[in-house]
Design a protein around this ligand. Sequence first.
Ligand SMILES: Nc1ncnc2c1ncn2[C@@H]1O[C@H](COP(=O)(O)OP(=O)(O)OP(=O)(O)O)[C@@H](O)[C@H]1O
Length: 310
Amino acid sequence: MEQAVLDIRDVSKQFGTFKALRHFNLNIRRGDIYGLIGENGAGKTTLMKLITGLSPMQKGTITLLGERVGSHQQALRRIGAIIESPVAFEKLSVEQNLKLSAIQHGLSGSSYIDQAIDFVGLNEKRKTQAKHLSLGQRQRLGLALSILHHPDFLILDEPINGLDPSGMMEFRNLLKRLNEELETTILISSHILTELYQVSTRFGIIHRGTMVKELTKNELDTANKAGYVVTVDNTPLATQIMDQAGVGPFEVTNKHSILIRNESLDPSQINSLLIQGGVLVSDFRQQEGSLERYYLNLIEGQNSKETIND
Ligand SMILES: Nc1ncnc2c1ncn2[C@@H]1O[C@H](COP(=O)(O)OP(=O)(O)OP(=O)(O)O)[C@@H](O)[C@H]1O
């Protein structure tokens, strides 16, 4: 049975009269890499601060690793977090920062520190003071600090901000390895939707303090019509051939195009199958799912709903 790592129900948070979160719901299952998407000021950091106890709860309930937030001391020991920006002592070296954090976590011996440094690839910078690290290296130190104690759940607020494309790719690979090798469940927010799409298994879209949509990557791809698009001269004949060959699922999207949702298929095999069957194939290409497109459409719909209701 899937177990909830984080369950947020009907949570509202106000600063004075401003409603930063409104009747907010979210559910994260063990093993998820959950991408939280929302424009500036949507309420992402506010939410992460509530979960980690950095900001007091007002209304609703949050259950983290089986404990109610407010009295979740055990759960807090099993999480790691980078919220707003990674916290490291500037004058301390990478190793010293990690040693200090190990003491705070009650960890003894150097194996945790060696593992964390190894994992994020900062071996060469072990003795370098934090203030002399590049932005990408600082982000990695932040990650090393947050995973030092092998947390079950990692909360990352905008961890890839400012990274160059290769830095982003490395960070993404680190997160995937954490998830696959150490079974760490991850909540990550980012404005860089192409990155978030590549790393996340589930998504939550927050708009003006409300959860407007939660969906899996598969659901997103289906909504976005991700798969292979084949352009042919004769769709009835092509679908008949594909049916007989057991290719699928697929749908005819217009007079000359068929969308095949099976992304693990071998395009050249189907191409030759169609050609041998007498179909003229003029194009065969992969259509990526776009989180950005989905998000912008959803938010546009949301904004026009709000205008109508105003
Ligand atoms: N302590 C506070 N006092 C007053 N308003 C606050 C406070 N903290 C957050 N807010 C407001 O709550 C709203 C949500 O802020 P939050 O930082 O959660 O947004 P965010 O989704 O993380 O945005 P960004 O992507 O820009 O970081 C904003 O309008 C912000 O100004």
